[in-house]
Every structure is written in structure tokens, then in C-alpha cells.
Design a protein around this ligand. Structure first.
Ligand code: HEM
Length: 403
């Protein structure tokens, strides 16, 4: 039996009701049928232990759908679009994944993140100053968004005037991500994105700079460790991942605090809470609702459901992070929570590469915001604050505040 709630999982209404539905599904239908997408049956894993198992089991699940296709069989997406989205570490299995991750990982160590602290503090201070001067504004557009995008563009070497250009392409992709039919619908945005990335590569080839794009070009040109297609796709992944996630940590985290004034007051008065508080905000309203696509390699039965070769598998990180078998009183926001093995950054070999950077940005942004703006408050009633559409992420459309 499927607990069909008749709700489109990419709708804002689903996000409003999601935690209550996850509570039911974890008990009654832990491998939840999401119906079909692009002709493929999709399943959602909702329990914590199963979620970790699914994220770690590379024998059972592949990230590369083409590995399941017979030679000559047409792909689900045109080659150009497929290549842009998937020819990177998040779309590959070992040994390709191991090779690609080792190339990019040097740029994302905790040491590199820490070296950006000064810049992150400076931008945070400037954006808060602007909010204060205006007496408030939309916290998403005017604070949560500009900070991470500035940092990732700075690392990659993308000029600030280009931000507005690719924001729409990136947003289009994220709203469609995980749904092959919807991705076909945003093909023109993705083609424009691909041309933009290729243009950046050509520019850097002609004029190398001290940035990550130039470094990746060097790796590509100096041997056989990175193909030209992988180079574009990796830059695409870093722009999108750096762009669409940390904004939600800052936005959702601030929302959770405004909804829980006791916890907000507790953190304001205790700077020692910075690290447990950020982990709890990641658990409570995680920026990534469900994992990216995985496919079943061979048929098997799981909690009474028959999974077939080629079926799609998603892990609800949001549901796993509210599983009472792992978290005490999971629906409670507790910034002092000690036992908190949340999986907001995933698990296994695809564990988020940007986690040290995201944690640092989130911690500086939110802790500075609440301390510098003691009168931070909602402008509109909570019911008028809406989640953005899309299955993959949990993020707010707008968060109007007074300061
Ligand atoms: C709070 C912010 C962030 C969250 C919650 C987050 C979450 C995640 C999750 C859940 C995954 C694994 C997806 C899966 O297995 O299906 C992932 C992978 C990844 N993330 Fe993040 N992310 C964040 C910020 C960032 C940033 C700032 C970057 C860097 C620009 C980044 C780069 C990546 C990359 C490259 C991968 C793929 C890793 C691999 O396949 O080995 N992320 N992230």
C-alpha cells in the first residue's frame, strides 16, 4: 500500500506538511513510493539507519545512470545536458569519483575555509550594516544569498558582476533537479549555463589567474586526470552547490530561531553555543531535503517493497534527521543538543565537500546577525512566509525582517 497524499513533493505545501508525513512514513512505509518520474519508479527512504545504509552502499546503488544502460540505448537526457550535470564527482562512482574528488578536495579543507574567515566576517559586517541602515529588508536576498555566492565566486575567480547572470540558470536547475521531465523543461537555461562555463574556461586559458578555475585547467591540460567535459561539469557543480545550499542554512536557521525566541535568547547570551547551535540548525531545517539521484543496480526487496534494476532512489535527509530512533525529542529545537549525528551533509563517499566552508559561513553569518541586531523580528505573520518550490532543497522564498 502506498500512503499517497496527493501532494506534489516539489510544492511548497508539501514542505509545510513534510515532517508530519515523514513521521507516518517512517512507521508505516519506510520505503515510500513516490510514483514514477521520467518513466522510472522512484522510492524515498525515510528512516535514519536505512538512510545511512543507502548513502553508503555503492554496491547496491549507482550515481551514474548510464552505467545501467546497454551500449547504444538512448539516454534519459540529451548528451550535452547530461554531461554538464553529471560528469562530476556527485554524478560518478569509484574509480572516477575517487579521481575527481582527490583533484578538487585540496581546495576545500578546513584550513582553506579558515583562511577565508576574515573575508566572510567583513562581508557579513557590511551586509548587516546595510540592513541596519534600512531598518530591515528581505533576509534571503539581502543577506543569506550574497554571502555564500560571494565566497564561492571569489574562490573560483568569477567576477561579481556575473552573479545576477547565472542566478536564474542555477535556480531553474535546482527547481527541476531530481526530476528528469522537469530537467528537460529547463534545457535552454542549462545550455546557456554550459556556454557561460565554457566561456569562463576559455578566458582563463587565455589569461590565467590565481583561482580555482585556473588550477583545474592546469590539471586538465597536464595529463589524463580530468577530461574537458569533467572540467566544465565540476565548475558547474561548484557554482550550484556553493550557491543554493548555504543560503538555506542561513535563511532556514534564522527562521528556526525567530520561531523559537527562547533558543534565540539562549544563543545570544552564550557565544560558547556557536558550534552545537549550527549543527542543530542543520538538523532541524536542513538546507537539502532529499539526496540527489541514485539508481538501483539489481532487484531486491526492502521493507516489503520490490526495488527493480534502474529504479530511482532518494534519501530524505530531512526525515532521517527527525527520526526518534536516533534523536531524542527530534521535533524540539535544542541548540545545546550534544548527541547530534545529523546527515544534513550526506554520508559516505559523497559526503559534502563544502561542509567546512558551509559551517564556517553559517556560524559567522547567523551568530553575528543575532548579536548585532537585537531587535531582529518577523515583518509578516509566519503563515505568510513560504518555502520555495522544488524537491531537492528546503529554502525560503523570502524572509522579510525588521531590525
Ligand atoms: C549548508 C550548506 C550545504 C549543505 C547542507 C550541503 C549538503 C550536501 C549533501 C547532502 C551532499 C551529498 C548529496 C548526496 O549524496 O546525494 C553534498 C555534496 C556535495 N557538496 Fe555540499 N552542501 C552544502 C554546501 C556546499 C558548499 C558551500 C560547497 C562548495 C562549493 C558544496 C559542495 C559539494 C560537493 C562538491 C558535493 C559532492 C561531493 C561528492 O560527490 O563527493 N556543498 N552537499
Amino acid at each position: 500500500m502506498s500512503l499517497d497524499v496527493g501532494l506534489d513533493m516539489s510544492s511548497p505545501e508539501f514542505k509545510n506538511r513534510a515532517y508530519a508525513l515523514y513521521d507516518r512514513w517512517r512507521v508505516e512505509e519506510p520505503v515510500h513510493s513516490m510514483g514514477t518520474t521520467g518513466g522510472q519508479q522512484a522510492w524515498l527512504i525515510t528512516r535514519y539507519d536505512d538512510a545511512v545504509e543507502a548513502l553508503k552502499n555503492e554496491e547496491r546503488f549507482t550515481k551514474n545512470n548510464r552505467s545501467l544502460q546497454a551500449p547504444g540505448e538512448p539516454g534519459l537526457l540529451p548528451d550535452k545536458v547530461f554531461g554538464l550535470i553529471n560528469n562530476n564527482l556527485l554524478g560518478s562512482d569509484p574509480p572516477d569519483h575517487t579521481r575527481l574528488r582527490s583533484i578538487v578536495s585540496k581546495a576545500f579543507t578546513p584550513g582553506v575555509a579558515e583562511s577565508l574567515r576574515g573575508q566572510i566576517e567583513e562581508i557579513t559586517g557590511r551586509l548587516i550594516g546595510e540592513l541596519r541602515q534600512k531598518g530591515g529588508g528581505d533576509l534571503i536576498d539581502e543577506f543569506a544569498f550574497p554571502l555564500p555566492i560571494y565566497v564561492i565566486c571569489q574562490m573560483l575567480g568569477i567576477p561579481p558582476e556575473d552573479h545576477a547572470l547565472f542566478r536564474k540558470w542555477s535556480d531553474d536547475f535546482i527547481a527541476a533537479a531530481t526530476d528528469i521531465e522537469k530537467i528537460r523543461g529547463v534545457q535552454s537555461s542549462l545550455e546557456a549555463f554550459a556556454s557561460y562555463v565554457n566561456g569562463l574556461i576559455e578566458e582563463r586559458k587565455a589569461k590565467p589567474q590565481a583561482d580555482l578555475i585556473t588550477e583545474l585547467i592546469r590539471v586538465q591540460e597536464n595529463g589524463d586526470r580530468l577530461t574537458r567535459e569533467e572540467l566544465s561539469s565540476t565548475i558547474f557543480l561548484l557554482i550550484v552547490a556553493g550557491h543554493e545550499t548555504t543560503v538555506n542554512l542561513i535563511g532556514n536557521g534564522t527562521l528556526a530561531l525567530l520561531e523559537h525566541p527562547d533558543q534565540l535568547a539562549l544563543w545570544r547570551g552564550n557565544p560558547d553555543l556557536d558550534s552545537t547551535a549550527v549543527e542543530e540548525l542543520l538538523r532541524f531545517y536542513g538546507p537539502v531535503e532529499i539526496s540527489t539521484n541514485r539508481w538501483v543496480r539489481e532487484p531486491f526487496e526492502w521493507h516489503g517493497k520490490q526495488l527493480q534494476r534502474g529504479d530511482l532512489l532518494f534519501v530524505s535527509l530531512a526525515s532521517a534527521n527527525r527520526d526518534p530512533s536516533q534523536f531524542e525529542d527530534p521535533a524540539r529545537l535544542d541548540l545545546t543538543r550534544k548527541k547530534n549525528r545529523h546527515i544534513a551533509f550526506g554520508s559516505g563517499i559523497h559526503f559534502c565537500l563544502g561542509a567546512p566552508l558551509a559551517r564556517l559561513e553559517g556560524s559567522i553569518a547567523i551568530s553575528t546577525l543575532i548579536r548585532e541586531l537585537p531587535n531582529l523580528r518577523f515583518v509578516v505573520p509566519r503563515e505568510e512566509i513560504h518555502w520555495r518550490p522544488g524537491r531537492l532543497m528546503r529554502g525560503l522564498q523570502r524572509l522579510p525582517v525588521l531590525v
